[in-house]
Design a protein around this ligand. Structure first.
Ligand SMILES: C[S@@+](CC[C@H](N)C(=O)[O-])C[C@H]1O[C@@H](n2cnc3c(N)ncnc32)[C@H](O)[C@@H]1O
Length: 350
């Protein structure tokens, strides 16, 4: 109630909140019983979402719903073109900010802050020394295995987190595409701050005939539009805005993007399919169906389904699926704060 009173936009609701709290305090057992009787209230998720998690992750669904209530850590990605991670850790320390390095060697640019801060407080942020990016998202660039000089297509690039990560690691030629011209502007801003450059194009990745010059790409990153169910704690309204039918519709879009982009890949090239989803229709099932449709696609070791993690509430075991290199990433190290992602890597038979 005090918070309502202090917030101008909520001040009018203070009386209502007061009445609710009085009622709750008057009969706590009754309220508790009512909450326990309603899965929606108990888990603060729609019933269809809870049912979908129960079906897809019978061992982990409760922990996943608990993790969804915990604010994520603020994870940084240090720009090696500007400063080393060790040096930046020291700079953070001097600024009074505590951070840790993750044990996973693939996350070689990541630092996890003990407490989130506004980006302006991060040393050298405006000068491009560092970016904010979840740990699970930082697997994309190393998995794509880009070599110097390669032609790379980032098919769904905005706001540019993964585009920038690719370019921070290796000198390559990136075409960053996004259907949404306004969101593409953010890629421009991100790259400029970090001192990086790519060719940007507002176009529909599912319609290459409109924009492709016919020269194959050595690497394609498809960070596809998805339910965002793996990052729902960053956007707590997602779970209430989505409808059960959205998942099947998104899966159709993702399949169309995969099929449209596959012919653009050079022989022996690699396509990394990524979603920030925990639903198999957008992950393992999608990747499995893609392999069934394309005889020249080979599944290379990637990470498969990564579940959202919090050190405070570790998800007990990770999952090994057809698209992960065993053992699953989520069990390999002590759990770090990370979002839920799906990664499948397809290599084109030469
Ligand atoms: C998950 S976000 C990409 C995040 C980005 N890769 C990053 O790391 O910052 C998906 C993006 O796909 C774009 N998108 C959706 N459908 C598309 C299409 N048919 N062609 C190109 N971009 C598309 C959306 O505008 C959105 O920016």
């Amino acid at each position: 109630m005090e918070a309502c009173k202090r917030t101008p936009a909520l001040r009018h609701a203070a009386g209502f909140v007061n009445a609710l709290l009085r009622r709750a305090l008057g009969a706590p057992d009754k309220l508790d019983a009512a909450i326990r009787a309603s899965p929606e209230a108990r888990w603060n998720h729609p019933e269809w979402w809870i049912a979908a998690l129960q079906q897809a992750h019978p061992q982990h669904w409760e922990q996943m719903l608990e993790v969804a209530q915990i604010p994520p850590a603020m994870t940084l990605r240090v720009n090696p073109r500007r400063v080393s991670r060790t040096a930046y850790l020291e700079l953070l320390g001097k600024a009074g900010l505590h951070a840790t390095i993750t044990a996973d060697v693939r996350l070689d640019q990541a630092l996890i802050l003990a407490h989130p801060v506004p980006v302006e407080q991060l040393p050298g942020f405006a000068a491009g020394w560092v970016s904010v990016q979840d740990a699970a998202a930082q697997y994309a660039a190393p998995l794509l295995d880009v070599q110097p000089g390669m032609r790379v297509l980032d098919a769904c690039a905005a706001p540019g987190g993964k585009t920038a990560h690719l370019l921070e690691r290796v000198d390559c030629e990136v075409l960053a595409l996004d259907k949404d011209a306004q969101r593409l502007q953010r890629v421009n801003g991100t790259l400029r701050r970090l001192g990086l450059s790519a060719r940007l194009l507002a176009a529909d990745a599912a319609r290459p005939a409109d924009w492709w010059d016919g020269q194959p790409f050595d690497r394609i990153l498809l960070d596809a539009p998805c339910s965002a169910s793996g990052i729902e704690r960053r956007h707590p309204d997602i779970r209430w805005l989505r409808r059960a039918g959205d998942i099947a519709a998104l899966a159709v879009t993702q399949a169309a993007l995969l099929d449209a982009l596959w012919p653009l890949l050079a022989p022996a090239g690699k396509l990394l399919y990524v979603t920030c989803s925990v639903f198999p229709q957008e992950g393992t099932e999608q990747a499995g169906r893609f392999l069934a449709r394309h005889a020249d696609a080979i599944a290379s070791p990637a990470l498969g389904q990564l579940l959202p993690q919090e050190p405070r509430r570790p998800v007990s075991t990770g999952q090994d699926d057809a698209f992960s290199a065993s053992p699953a990433a989520s069990t390999r190290d002590a759990p770090v704060s990370q979002d839920g992602f799906f990664y499948a890597l397809f290599t084109k038979q030469p």
